[in-house]
Design a protein around this ligand. Structure first.
Ligand SMILES: Cc1cc2nc3c(=O)[nH]c(=O)nc-3n(C[C@H](O)[C@H](O)[C@H](O)COP(=O)(O)OP(=O)(O)OC[C@H]3O[C@@H](n4cnc5c(N)ncnc54)[C@H](O)[C@@H]3O)c2cc1C
Length: 386
């Protein structure tokens, strides 16, 4: 593939760069994100501004309010926003996972009801897949959804559900056939998080923030019209969600990593890094460039097939481990100031926060071990581990 921008892509990049320069409020530049982002009216406004300018859902079909663009434009968007220090749209799960799943499997009514408020950030989504006994082994899901006339009654517990404390809707994977096991008998439903019987309990992370949650469902009624795909066909729908989660994240993650390496470079100059530390910074830079090329390879697959391929797992794996190394190196450079936290720390504690948050990177969206298995079996074609 040609790695240079085409004429169209270059025009899009220039226009976006100029747009960011005149529209990105200084107060939002280099925003840390975190759990308070949903309560931050300015960030919600920024998400709406992105949508109004046509920069939310760039690859979604124009019929559903998207940009109808090829995936490379989304990649350029991530590169330019990271370069400008602009925060992403707050609807991470809606835009990247729920929306594409609804576009692929949803009915006309579901598309009309749910897609537009994702783009405008009026409605926030969470993902209810993991359970205390089903994480890497997602087919172990035990939350029940029992069909009773024209509704399902949901009982059970989900865990580690990011943003559930502010979410309006949940994409939920549940067992609708109590006699079934593993991949069969699962159904994928959209649950209104404001329904009676839904209880959300935030879990505090090592950063001190509470971005993810336990969700308890007690006799929660969900209209049968909220099923995505077929009753009993939930596994296939869940795979669409996971492929989008890993597949479309790649460029966003690489762009963030590149922005972090630039900051690291500044820090290394500021702190007069040792030759060994300078070598590590150079290594981090090379890693970002290798990741960029790998992402282009995944993009070439996406452009041909329209579906993200297993290559997305490579990006997620390399990025998450590189991010942990990079933030650790930053703390080393901060030396005696590394244990400080909050506004008293250099750079208002940005590096400390990044290092603590990076610990979860190798667990969320597939642990490193699971991703290595996927890369071994589905990308390299090695024999199955079991
Ligand atoms: C920050 C964060 C946000 C998250 N957000 C969400 C969310 O929004 N929605 C949601 O549903 N979930 C979410 N999760 C949960 C996440 O998907 C799970 O934590 C992850 O899939 C691992 O599952 P587990 O925690 O049950 O660990 P387990 O699956 O129990 O794994 C425990 C250990 O065993 C290893 N292991 C397991 N199976 C194998 C195998 N076959 N081969 C080799 N090693 C193996 C794992 O790599 C891990 O080291 C989030 C997690 C984090 C950290």
């Amino acid at each position: 593939m040609d790695l240079r921008d085409s004429e169209d892509e270059a025009a899009f990049r220039t226009e976006l760069r100029a747009w960011l320069q005149s529209n990105l409020p200084d107060t939002l530049r280099d925003h840390r994100g975190g759990s308070s982002r949903f309560e931050d009216a300015e960030l919600r406004r920024w998400s709406r501004t992105l949508a109004e300018a046509g920069y939310a859902g760039l690859t979604w079909p124009a019929d559903y309010g998207g940009g109808g663009r090829a995936p490379i434009f989304q990649a350029i968007f991530f590169e330019e926003t990271a370069r400008a220090g602009a925060p992403q749209h707050v609807g991470v799960i809606g835009l990247g996972m729920a929306g594409p799943t609804i576009i692929t499997h949803g009915t006309a009514e579901q598309k009309a009801r749910y897609l537009a408020p994702i783009l405008s950030a009026e409605e926030i989504w969470c993902q209810g897949f993991s359970e205390p006994g089903a994480g890497s082994d997602l087919a172990g899901v035990r939350t029940r959804a029992v069909l009773d006339g024209d509704r399902f009654v949901v009982d059970g517990q989900k865990v580690w559900s990011s943003f559930a404390h502010v979410a309006d809707h949940c994409i939920l994977l549940a067992r609708s056939d109590p006699e079934s096991s593993r991949h069969d008998g699962l159904t994928y439903v959209i649950v209104d998080m404001h329904s009676p019987g839904v209880e959300v309990r935030p879990l505090t992370q090592i950063t001190g923030e509470a971005e993810f949650n336990e969700i308890f469902f007690e006799r929660v009624e969900v209209p049968a019209a909220n099923v995505l795909g077929e009753i009993g066909g939930g596994w296939q729908v869940a795979m669409t969600t996971l492929l989008h989660e890993r597949g479309t994240l790649g460029f966003a993650l690489q762009a963030q990593l590149e922005a972090s390496v630039r900051r690291l470079l500044e820090l290394a100059r500021d702190r007069e890094a040792t030759p060994l530390q300078r070598d590590a910074v150079a290594h981090a830079w090379m890693e970002v460039q290798a990741l960029r090329l790998t992402n282009y390879r995944a993009l070439a697959h996406l452009e041909v097939t329209g579906i993200p391929g297993p290559e997305g797992s490579i990006s997620k794996l390399v990025w998450s481990e590189a991010n942990q190394r990079l933030t650790k190196l930053a703390l080393e450079l901060l030396g005696a100031e590394a244990p400080l936290a909050g506004d008293d720390a250099p750079y208002a504690g940005w590096w400390q926060h990044q290092q603590l948050r990076s610990r979860g990177n190798t667990i969320e969206a597939g642990t490193s071990e699971i991703l290595r298995n996927i890369v071994a079996e589905r990308v390299l074609g090695l024999p199955r581990s079991r």
